[in-house]
Design a protein around this ligand. Structure first.
Ligand code: ADP
Ligand code: MG
Length: 265
């Protein structure tokens, strides 16, 4: 068995300190193997975004450890993240946004632009290279976000509810695109979502977190073969897996609510 690409041990994140500290996440143990696509689902506020931020180094563990094998290999770009709200720079053009991470990591200007252009084509943004994000639809903006993250060829791609603000039809289109990208690139993906359907269509595994502080309640293998399309939703096992996960999630929404009611006095 090879080394996991992501190894999380006894991870806890607490915001603030002392009596006023918010226990946001953990303790949590999770291994993700290289090339695996893992979704993390859980009730609102359970610490999913916190986990995403720790994975890419935007937040620190309060206890425990997060080890990316890519760091130990000395990889140029161990991880990159795609956020829900695009988080692309409004003052940069599409091409400049996609080239940004490359330039920052020291790739020279001409090469960064060439690589960014190939992602422009790949993500169906041809003709919009010099447009600013405000001139793009939500779906196109999110394609820019995905392209920017993938252009740096990260070993681990972290996506925090990337399609959460898109309408259902557009979300389906982007899900199919992501299936194709993962099929081609075989990168390791940690995909945060509140949609069980997204999780089941895309993933090799679905991890369910409890109400805050998020701990692992279930870790289910998703057995559908690849390459996959959205038609996997019609598989009878899809419905039963979704049902199983839905019951787990549902129980946590109630836990969260009664905790909030107690806190409210
Ligand atoms: N910077 C912060 N300071 C204090 N509390 C925070 C901060 N970020 C998140 N939290 C709290 O930590 C908990 C987990 O947040 P988050 O990771 O955003 O959850 P999720 O993404 O699952 O909705 C929530 O209760 C949230 O209010
Ligand atoms: Mg979140």
């Amino acid at each position: 068995m090879s080394e996991p690409e992501v190894r999380i041990r006894d991870l806890r994140v607490v915001y603030g300190d002392g009596r006023s500290g918010v226990d946001a996440l953990g303790p949590l143990d999770l291994d993700v193997m290289r090339g695996q696509f893992v979704s993390v689902v859980g009730p609102s506020g359970c610490g999913k975004s916190t986990l995403a931020r720790v994975l890419v180094g935007l937040a620190e563990p309060s206890a425990g450890s997060v080890v990316l094998a890519a760091n130990e290999r000395g990889s140029a770009m161990p991880s990159a993240i795609v956020f829900q709200d695009h988080a692309i720079f409004p003052w940069k053009t599409v091409l400049q946004n996609i080239a940004f991470g490359l330039t920052v990591s020291g790739v020279d200007h001409a090469q960064a632009n060439a690589r960014a252009r190939s992602w422009v084509h790949r993500m169906g943004l041809t003709g919009f290279e010099d447009s600013y994000p405000s001139a793009l639809s939500g779906g196109m903006q999110q394609r820019v976000g995905v392209a920017r993250a993938l252009a740096v060829e990260p070993d681990v791609l972290v996506m925090d509810e990337p399609f959460g603000s898109l309408d259902a039809l557009l979300r389906d289109v982007l899900i199919e695109e992501l299936l194709g990208l993962h099929q081609d690139l075989r990168c390791t993906v940690v995909f945060i979502t509140h949609s069980l359907e997204e999780a089941l269509v895309l993933s090799d595994r679905v991890v369910v977190l409890s109400a805050r502080p998020g701990r692992i309640l279930a870790d289910r293998a998703v057995p559908f073969p690849r390459p996959r399309t959205l038609e996997v939703r019609d598989d009878p096992d899809f419905g039963s897996l979704r049902q199983d996960l839905w019951h787990l999630l549902r129980s946590q929404v109630d836990v969260g609510r009664s905790a909030d009611e107690r806190a409210a006095g």
